[in-house]
Ligand binder design. Structure first.
Ligand SMILES: *Cc1c(COP(=O)(O)O)cnc(C)c1O
Length: 747
């Protein structure tokens, strides 16, 4: 394949036992490039090689390993298959070579004082990446966002490299027992069967770097997940040469023990800088995506000081070339550690970076009176730009963290390029999250987009009113496409419920009853998210009688699908799940409320593509952005949501519904819950149900379909990851890669 002009090309070793006939050799590169995860023709090609293996593993590397050699001979005789193979291989080749140009290549950026700007290589560091369900190195929203960010960075042609951890056991898989109690399963992944390869050194060995821990070095092996044009470097400590107690550092996401969590984040941060250095990749700027990876800054500073530049200048340079994104106002999301622990691990590196213990601790102190080390504070202090992930979130974050900016204001205000970012009223500016549209759009909707907007419809996402031609889609065609996606959700739901109930020991008759569940014509409401208590999954249940009346009117049936995991340590979240499961089993609601276990990206796609209404009921303003509602909107589902996170920016009165108002409320939590629940019921009773069931003789709800079109038009481009990544380029990557240090110091 052709060299790519933008992102670095990183060589890898072979690991998997895959033997391909020469004529089909390109399947190898195809399987190892996660480009297939957002390219339906590529997935169909793999599925057609072995439909059962595809259905079972959804992983082309595993699929190719399993193919019997004689099966290839049959495929080599199949002209249709060969044609499709050629087409997909050509398409990937064109993509990697940027034939037809990219958005990035067409840009001219403005730098400081009106001079031409430029964007060098940007390095992105995140604790998790949600790229595809077969690569379980994500737990939820943050990971999905990082994955979508990489995919759009690839599509837009950015010079971009990402770094994360490779978890041997990933995040837990969830099952729910018959009593509604969440069980945690941690499968062990065999990396040689995943779309991952070890990174190769110039001498053809695998590349390892060392991260110093007290009294020992931990060895870190580097793997590559290729995401279109973007390389994602993944760090793995599960190696025989490591101390047995260090091997599990990269075992599971968000490990519970505080010291192990610190070591995990330390290895992510310090390891990220060492990894890119080891493979000869030199970023012009770094993007710290959430505080977990902030220890990165200590290693970068150490490396700069080691080249004998002046410490103050090194600090300047560090700050100038760093952008930071904060993702949550919830305290648990802002990582804090005991200062003694941080000292234990980070004192040596800090000293080498010219930073004494006292200053290191000061960098991590969120407030003068605090006796803890806060990674968000460290990141803000060592970055020149900090953004939040929605307008509302940026306001809230500015209030939480504004004092840190006042402290560094003399430095920051000297820089024209920062612009509004240094507005002292709101030092944390918004770049609202977005989704990688191609990854979340259902097949039927995608075909309609291709027919009515053109094959290159995704280029329209960056244009104002780019999707206006959605109006030309006939109502019947849009409704039919939606019903097809909904029918797929129905089949998926029944199959999952049958498995769940069989595991609970239900009788054959009880299992057969599942065949009658999920009515493709019934109003279907989806609610899938992490079961953190602030998301208030139970808001809908606050008035059981009113809910029952809503759900069980035979002339206007409603079904609600719930899915989501609670963190293993979050007991209140787990008891919310239990309540919903119990309700779904209660006699009079059976068949209208379902809990689907083990929410993952595949289930997420099914839900956002097939539901009519996407429900979101967080306690304002704790939902920093939320992205699942954006996925639903692109598919024509209507959001029914509290005005929190992205929704105050998205909602225009016509493209969904707002539960409650957007003013500051001084109600206490209970009163707020009651007010929001009342507003939710009223909307369901007065607007949502009547709207959905107002269907013409052909069964098409005309006014509803008009709302669907309006939602697709107004929300798909504005909340796409393409738009988000463009904003990062303009507001963070260009300013941080062009900026030279200025004479003053950090904090
Ligand atoms: C989109 C997605 C999320 C994040 O959705 P929120 O709206 O932020 O809760 C989490 N998990 C999965 C599997 C997703 O697809």
């Amino acid at each position: 394949m052709q060299a790519r002009p933008s992102a670095p090309l990183i060589p890898t070793l072979h690991v998997a036992d895959i033997e391909l006939p020469r004529e089909l050799e390109a399947l190898y590169e195809l399987a190892y490039n996660l480009w297939w995860s957002w390219t339906p023709e590529a997935r169909q090609l793999f599925a057609s090689i072995d439909p059962r293996s595809w259905a079972r593993y959804r992983n082309p590397v595993q699929l190719l390993i399993n193919v019997e050699p004689k099966h290839w001979y049959a495929l080599l005789e199949d002209e249709g298959f060969l044609r499709r193979y050629q087409r997909v291989v050509q398409e990937l080749d064109d993509y990697l070579a940027c034939r037809g140009g990219t958005w990035f290549a067409r840009q001219q950026f403005e730098g400081q004082d009106g001079a031409p700007g430029q964007m060098g290589l940007s390095a992105y560091v995140s604790m998790e990446y949600g790229l595809h369900e077969s690569l379980a190195i994500y737990s939820g929203g943050l990971g999905i966002l990082s994955g979508d960010h990489c995919k759009s960075a690839s599509d837009l042609g950015l010079p971009f490299v990402a770094v994360g951890l490779l978890y041997r056991r990933g995040y837990f898989q969830q099952t729910i027992d018959a009593e509604g109690i969440q069980q945690h399963i941690y499968p062990e992944y065999d990396f040689s069967r995943l779309p991952l390869r070890p990174i190769a050194s110039a001498t053809g060995r695998d590349v390892r770097v060392q991260v110093a821990l007290p009294g020992r070095d931990v060895v870190v092996k580097l793997w590559l997940a290729q995401v279109g044009r973007v390389p994602l470097v993944l760090l793995d400590t599960d190696l025989p040469e490591n101390d047995p107690s260090d091997r599990p550092i990269t075992n599971q996401l968000y490990v519970r023990g505080r010291e192990m969590r610190l070591v995990q984040e330390y290895v992510l941060g310090v390891g990220a800088a060492k990894a890119l250095e080891a493979i000869g990749v030199t970023p012009a700027m770094w993007h710290i995506n959430e505080g977990h990876s902030a220890f990165l800054q200590l290693e970068r500073l150490r490396a700069m000081v080691a080249t004998r530049i002046d410490v103050a200048q090194a600090e300047e340079q560090l700050q100038a070339s760093t952008a930071f994104t904060t993702h949550t106002p919830v305290p648990a999301g802002n990582e804090q550690f005991d200062p003694g622990l941080v000292d234990k691990y980070a004192a040596a590196i800090s000293e080498a970076a010219g930073l004494d213990r006292h200053r290191l601790q000061a960098w991590g102190r969120a407030r003068p009176e605090d006796d803890s080390f806060n990674l968000t504070a460290l990141a803000i202090r060592t970055a020149s730009l900090t953004n939040g992930v929605s307008r509302l979130n940026a306001e809230v974050a500015s209030e939480m963290w504004g004092h840190l900016f006042r402290e560094k204001a003399p430095h920051a205000t000297g820089e024209g390029a920062i612009g509004s970012a240094t507005d002292s009223a709101q030092p944390i500016y918004p770049i609202t999250n977005g989704i990688h549209t191609k990854s979340w759009l259902g097949m039927e909707l995608r075909e309609l987009f291709e027919d009515h907007l053109g094959r290159d419809w995704s280029a329209l996402l960056l244009e104002a009113d780019g999707l206006s031609q959605v109006d030309d889609i006939p109502d019947e065609a849009l409704w039919r496409a939606h019903l097809a996606q909904k029918a797929r959700l129905g089949a998926f739901t029944r199959s999952r419920l049958r498995h769940q109930l069989a595991r609970h020991g239900k009788s054959p008759d009880e299992l057969r009853a599942v065949d009658g569940w999920f009515d493709d014509r019934a109003l279907t409401i989806g609610f899938a998210r992490r079961f953190a208590t602030y998301k208030r999954a139970n808001l809908l249940f606050s008035d059981r009688d009113r809910l029952r009346a809503l759900l069980t009117d035979p002339s206007r049936p409603v079904q609600i699908l719930f899915a989501g995991k609670a963190h293993p340590a979050d007991r209140p979240g787990q008891s919310l799940i239990r309540n919903i499961v119990e309700l779904s089993h209660s006699e009079r609601l059976t068949g209208s409320i379902h809990f689907l276990e083990n929410y993952d990206m595949r289930m997420g796609r099914m839900l956002v593509q097939g539901t009519d209404v996407w429900l979101n009921t967080p306690r304002r303003p704790l939902e920093a952005s939320g992205t699942s509602g954006m996925k639903a909107a692109a598919n024509g589902a209507l959001n029914l949501s509290i005005l929190d996170g992205w929704w105050p920016e998205g909602f225009d009165g016509q493209n969904g519904w707002a539960i409650g108002g957007d003013g500051d409320s001084n109600l206490d939590d209970d009163a707020q819950d009651a007010a929001d629940a009342a507003a939710l019921y009223r909307l369901l009773e007065d607007e949502v149900l009547p709207g959905y069931y107002d269907q013409d003789a052909a069964g098409v709800p005309r006014a509803w379909v008009a709302r669907m079109k309006h939602a697709i038009k107004t929300l798909t481009g504005a909340f796409s990851a393409d738009r988000m990544v463009r904003d990062y380029v303009e507001r963070a990557y260009v300013p941080c890669s062009g900026r030279r240090s200025q004479p003053s110091s950090v904090a």
